[in-house]
Design a protein around this ligand. Structure first.
Ligand code: P6P
Length: 347
């Protein structure tokens, strides 16, 4: 069973973006160029990721990022590549990055009339770099709000996820893919190293409505909300009519766990825990972009009670619990949260 239509013809990311530009009657190519700039940076990061074991780019920078997490050399490299590509592309006026506490203002001659702002996690799952497990880049693109003019401020970024004009991720692994949406479905492109181009490999991706994989860090089980504990137990019960027990798969790299569920069906949960009472994942550059993709592919994303895309951001690096994946599985998990953990809603 295909979760995407078989390939009809060879088409690169650049050709696809231009062809789909007609989806935006008012677009004059700015968004197309912005997506192209992201694709360029992804290829540069992929080159370093693929030889990380050889170059002196493994290991820690010996510094920590705004999240208090050890910065890997590749984290910093990836952050620089995306910032440089967006700066020189001229279509982006500011960036919110997981690696930077404050906004990055792209105040350059080429971007003075830019219309877009970008939120990004330049290299998610970087703790997996040294053990050669998939890692990823996640990005989210907003148009600058009409009512705001002058230099960018945090208000440019305090937009709900429903306002995103585009979102996507790159997964660096056995093959490197770029998957994105502009609100007209989800399409996946695989990097062909022989020509250095992302080529359409997964057109019109749809997430199966049901799946048989649940993905969460069960090491936190003792501290999960009761609704999550009940849902995990539900996943483990024997019930052939609902294809249970499900399989537990947890890569520890959000992009890799999400990508598998997008293709095979499944649910990823990062709930509130004792260490992360608001959840670990960030709303602006992890949860919102993946929620946009999930919904565009027929899936669902919530904080256990509320639609992720409707959450009102109040700070750049705010966190939220995340329940994302096949719609019927997220519905079931939300049902358990309503019954057993209603008191934790909107905490
Ligand atoms: P834990 C990586 O640091 C990350 O942000 C996601 O990619 C991943 O799913 C999650 O955190 C893993 O967190 O607490 O289970 O190690």
């Amino acid at each position: 069973m295909f979760t995407h239509k078989p390939i009809r013809r060879f088409i690169t990311l650049g050709q696809f973006i231009i062809e789909r530009q007609t989806d935006f009657p008012f677009a004059k190519g700015e968004l197309s160029r912005l997506l192209r700039d992201i694709g360029i940076a992804a290829k540069l990061v992929n080159r370093e990721v693929n030889k990380a074991g050889l170059a002196d780019i493994l290991g820690d920078m010996g510094e920590t990022n705004v999240q208090g997490e050890d910065q890997k050399k590749l984290d910093v490299y990836a952050n620089e590549q995306f910032i440089n590509a967006l700066r020189s592309g001229g279509e982006c006026m500011a960036i919110a990055s997981e690696e930077n506490e404050d906004l990055i203002d792209i105040d350059s001659a080429v971007s003075k009339d830019a219309k877009y702002v970008v939120c990004m996690d330049p290299l998610d799952g970087s703790s997996n770099i040294d053990v050669n497990v998939n890692i990823g880049t996640i990005f989210s693109i907003y148009r600058r709000p009409e009512h705001i003019s002058g230099p960018t401020t945090i208000d440019d970024f305090m937009q709900k996820g429903v306002e995103q004009v585009a979102a996507g991720y790159v997964i660096y692994g056995s093959s490197t893919m770029l998957v994105y949406t502009t609100g007209k479905g989800v399409n996946g492109f695989t990097l062909d190293p022989s020509i250095g181009e992302f080529c359409l490999s997964h057109p019109d991706m749809m997430m199966p409505k049901d799946g048989a994989i649940y993905s969460l860090n069960e090491g936190n089980h003792l501290h999960f909300p009761d609704g999550v504990k009940k849902y995990v137990k539900y996943c483990q019960e024997i019930d052939k009519s609902t294809n249970r027990p499900y399989s537990s798969r947890y890569i520890g790299s959000l992009v890799a766990d999400f990508h598998r569920n997008l293709i095979k069906g499944g649910i990823y949960i990062y709930p509130s825990t004792h260490k992360s009472p608001k959840g670990k994942l960030r709303l602006l550059y992890e949860c919102n972009p993946l929620a946009f993709i999930a919904e565009q592919a027929g899936g669902k994303a919530s904080d256990g009670f509320n639609r992720i895309l409707e959450l009102q951001p109040t700070s750049l690096h705010q966190r939220t619990p995340l329940y994302i994946g096949s719609v019927n599985m997220v519905d079931k998990a939300e049902e358990m949260m309503r019954v057993y953990s209603a008191e934790t809603a909107n905490q």
